[in-house]
Design a protein around this ligand. Structure first.
Ligand SMILES: Nc1ncnc2c1ncn2[C@@H]1O[C@H](COP(=O)(O)OP(=O)(O)O)[C@@H](O)[C@H]1O
Ligand code: SF4
Ligand SMILES: [Mg+2]
Length: 323
């Protein structure tokens, strides 16, 4: 059950720009296990989309700058060629991108897209179409979608079509990048339940769920990882992290969300102060130090190592380093 599906080690993804190198993902260590939902939380601009986009299809100006990303223990996504990448796509790893609007070619009927996909994957079209219709049923869409163009679909429908395609080949790892942020509350809950169900039914071997919204992560994740300025700063089981966050940044994220008991005023007072730093010239030492209420001298000078505070609970913060 706890077999590793994906393991990132010292994983780095940068962008080449006119103003300098953007170190969007800068030495990430992370594991996704079979059967689990791993939630990744962090403010906008922390590198979440870059990290997952690079695993599926890195394209300029993005480039993988170091480390490894091993899928199923052997396929290093940081090093494979484009043929191998095409082979693993959908079969082993699939992404529901942050902007589903761009995920499907607007001028192709859905069934033509499926036909091309069948050819690409070397499977029978009839067989794949039946599987697709099965998936459509799962997400509450009719067979008639096959004869539609993506532009005829609403945002919510397009989202569900993309989920149907992403799960066609039962990927070992399904990644959903902020899948609910453009949806209304009722549809949000539906999509969260659907994604969880896909893992429970083993249609997806595991799920990496990305969000800036702690409330949705609480509904779906088994474990949670906090990302800040290109780095993972805390990892642990959902309940422990939410009830007693170790990293000051995780604590800040959790406190910024209104609970039923909190008054509006209290929420505003504990809201997030400041914003994530530039990733062209990130602050030295701990990247969170300019915003951290506990920052010490060492924090401004040296990067904190990842420390296992108790079994399965990791934090990168000098407050937990043994003297
Ligand atoms: N195409 C690009 N070229 C240059 N920088 C980019 C590009 N896309 C994203 N970035 C930068 O990379 C950093 C991480 O962005 P992103 O991965 O989208 O964060 P998140 O998904 O957490 O909001 C940001 O500083 C962003 O400005
Ligand atoms: S290492 Fe220092 S600055 Fe960074 S989060 Fe911990 S206490 Fe704050
Ligand atoms: Mg993003």
């Amino acid at each position: 059950m706890s077999a590793t599906v994906l393991r990132l080690k010292e994983y780095k993804v940068y962008y080449k720009t006119f103003t300098g190198i953007v170190r969007a993902v800068d030495g990430v260590d992370l594991e996704v296990r079979r059967g689990e939902v791993l939630g990744i939380i962090g403010e906008s601009g922390c590198g979440k989309s870059t990290m997952v986009q690079s695993l599926v299809l890195p394209k300029p100006p993005m480039f993988i700058a170091g480390g490894s990303a091993k899928l199923l223990g052997e396929i290093d996504l940081a090093k494979i060629d484009s043929n191998k990448r095409r082979e693993v796509l959908l079969k082993n790893i699939a992404l529901i991108p942050q902007y589903v609007m761009d995920a499907l070619p607007a001028i192709k009927k859905i069934k033509v897209f499926i036909k091309d996909l069948a050819k690409d994957k070397g499977v029978e079209y009839e067989e794949l179409v039946e599987k697709f219709v099965e998936r459509l049923k799962l997400v509450n869409l009719p067979r008639e979608v096959l004869d539609m163009y993506p532009i005829q679909l609403s945002g919510g429908m397009k989202q569900r079509v993309v989920i149907s395609i992403a799960t066609l080949f039962n990927p070992d790892l399904l990644i959903a990048d902020e899948p609910t942020s453009a949806l209304d509350v009722v549809t949000q809950r539906y999509v969260l339940e659907l994604l969880r169900d896909l893992v429970n039914q083993k249609i997806a071997g595991s799920l990496m769920f990305i969000t800036h919204d702690i409330a949705s992560i609480r509904q779906i994740a088994d474990r949670i990882a906090t990302m800040y300025a290109g780095k993972i700063v805390e990892v642990g089981p959902l309940e422990n992290v939410v009830s007693s966050p170790l990293h000051p940044y995780t604590a800040m994220l959790i406190k910024s969300v209104p609970t039923v008991e909190q008054s509006y005023k209290a929420t505003r007072l504990s809201g997030l102060a400041g914003s994530p730093p530039s990733l062209i010239n990130p602050p030295p030492g701990c990247r969170f130090h300019p915003r951290c209420p506990y920052a010490m001298d060492v924090c401004r000078r040296e990067e904190p190592p990842m420390i296992e505070v108790e079994k399965g609970r990791f934090v990168a913060c000098w407050l937990y380093a043994k003297k």
